[in-house]
Write a protein that binds this ligand. Structure first.
Ligand code: MN
Length: 191
């Protein structure tokens, strides 16, 4: 569809992987998705709809409900919007080979601000500080993504804001069934 996804397309052979090629338009409600990805190293891909694509971060340890946990989130290439529904296996020898689960999905609301004024997500992204409220099945309440200095600006931190949805005790990663099909990673890998 757009030049925006050229890096995404370059990395993949769509004759071999069932991942989407991209092309669906944008909906009014902005979506988010977290995909658990059992690749060479297990991680969680955190994606936010922005400007017709999914801005994406790989979170090695996954999200935490504890506001004291600052989870490294490495920015990766933009993904097409219809990637949000992708669940299945990417062939081993292909880019990102392994099993993908739609671990959580829903919509989000921009909460980014500066000096008490609402700032557009795109601007907040450029400034390196995004705030948003997640309305998912597993992840709720306010969250922030904050860019770290150095490393070409690809390293961010994903942090839960201190609110009624935060928890110092609950390990949300133990909720381990697909938000789309209620399957486990193993069931997705061996359908
Ligand atoms: Mn991934």
């Amino acid at each position: 569809m757009t030049e925006k996804l050229s890096e995404y397309k370059k990395k993949r052979d769509f004759e071999r992987t069932s991942e989407p090629l991209g092309g669906k338009g944008s909906s009014k409600e902005k979506i988010f998705v977290v995909q658990k990805h059992d690749a060479s190293r297990l991680h969680y891909d955190f994606r936010l709809e922005m400007d017709g694509v999914l801005k994406s971060w790989a979170v090695p340890k996954g999200p935490s409900l504890n506001p004291k946990d600052k989870r490294l989130a490495v920015m990766t290439e933009d993904h097409p919007l219809d990637y949000a529904g992708f669940e299945g296996s990417i062939p081993k020898e292909e880019y990102g080979g392994g099993t993908v689960m739609v671990w959580d999905k829903g919509t989000y609301e921009n909460k980014s601000s500066k000096d008490g004024e609402r700032v557009a997500m795109k601007e907040a992204l450029e400034k390196g500080h995004l705030s948003f409220e997640l309305k998912g099945g597993k992840l709720k309440g306010e969250w922030a993504l904050v860019r770290m200095r150095g490393k070409g600006g690809r390293n961010w931190l994903l942090v839960k804001a201190d609110d009624k949805e935060s928890s110092k005790k609950k390990d949300i990663l133990k909720e381990d069934k697909s938000a789309k099909t209620a399957r486990s990673l193993r069931e997705i890998a061996n359908p």
